[in-house]
Write a protein that binds this ligand. Structure first.
Ligand code: PEP
Length: 253
């Protein structure tokens, strides 16, 4: 049976009260299906309280970013071991809002990926092209460069305990979604690149799609053979919207 991962990236949204209301709704309505796993990634200040709330629910906790350093004079940064300490299982690395908005290079993302794994976290490696890159037919070159930076640094075996999220930048928060066929093509390309190094690792790795996934387009995307779930931004902020996506995954079981 396939296991879909539906992951909510709350970005810089929420408050103690709003998070509690959101999670109450998600916990009450989550599909009771072994075919779907849920994960939420709140902002840093809420990780501890969200961890308490999720205890015993089966919903996993992740962070949205991590330092590549383990400790030291890095004001404002958060070490991988600290995320682990407060209950995170996952951490997003290389989200386009950090690559493009905060100047994170592929090398820095690769270092974060490695540091996260060394601390026992499962990195969710985000890769994807901008609109201009797609129009220049550079989609595959861009995802290859972003993926190869991590492969060069951590090796193919590292992908036994990692998740990839293909997120075309032009589809994030814009309401534009890649068609299931466009997404599948890139997911297949990513899996083929991994398979050229190790077929077993390539078969096992989850490749999520991210970019304006909603309840009404999730089943079409997740129904494709190389799409193993979604990284969800805007639609993870309301329980009904997030649950509609989780239900779409469960319906494909
Ligand atoms: C994201 O933040 O990773 C994302 C995919 O956002 P949205 O679903 O809002 O496009």
């Amino acid at each position: 049976m396939r296991n879909y991962l539906v992951a909510g990236n709350w970005k810089m949204h929420g408050s103690t009260a709003a998070n509690a209301e959101l999670l109450d709704g998600v916990i009450a309505g989550m599909p009771q299906s072994a075919a779907v796993s849920l994960l939420v990634c709140p902002p840093f200040p809420y990780l501890g309280t969200v961890a308490d709330k999720l205890s015993g629910t089966g919903i996993a906790l992740g962070a949205q970013n991590v330092s590549q350093h383990e400790s030291g004079a890095y004001t404002g940064e958060t070490a991988p071991s600290m995320l682990k300490d407060v209950g995170c299982e996952y951490v997003i690395v290389g989200h386009s809002e950090r690559r493009h908005g905060m100047g994170e290079s592929s090398e820095m993302v690769a270092a974060k990926f490695r540091a996260a794994q060394e601390a026992g976290l499962i990195p969710i490696l985000c890769i994807g092209e901008t609109q201009a890159e797609r129009e220049a037919n550079a989609t595959e070159a861009v995802v290859d460069e972003q993926l190869n930076a991590v492969l060069d640094d951590s090796g193919i075996e590292a992908f036994r305990m990692a998740v990839i999220a293909y997120e075309p930048v032009w589809a994030i928060g814009t309401g534009l979604t890649a068609t299931p066929e466009q997404a599948q093509d890139v997911h297949r390309h990513i899996r083929d690149l991994l398979a050229s190094k190790d077929g077993d690792v390539a078969d096992g790795v989850k490749i999520l799609y991210g970019g304006s996934v909603k309840g009404d387009n999730a089943a079409g995307l997740f129904g494709k053979p190389d799409i193993d779930g979604g990284l969800i931004g805007g639609a993870s902020l309301k329980s009904a919207d997030f649950l509609a996506i989780a239900e779409a995954a469960a319906s494909l079981d």
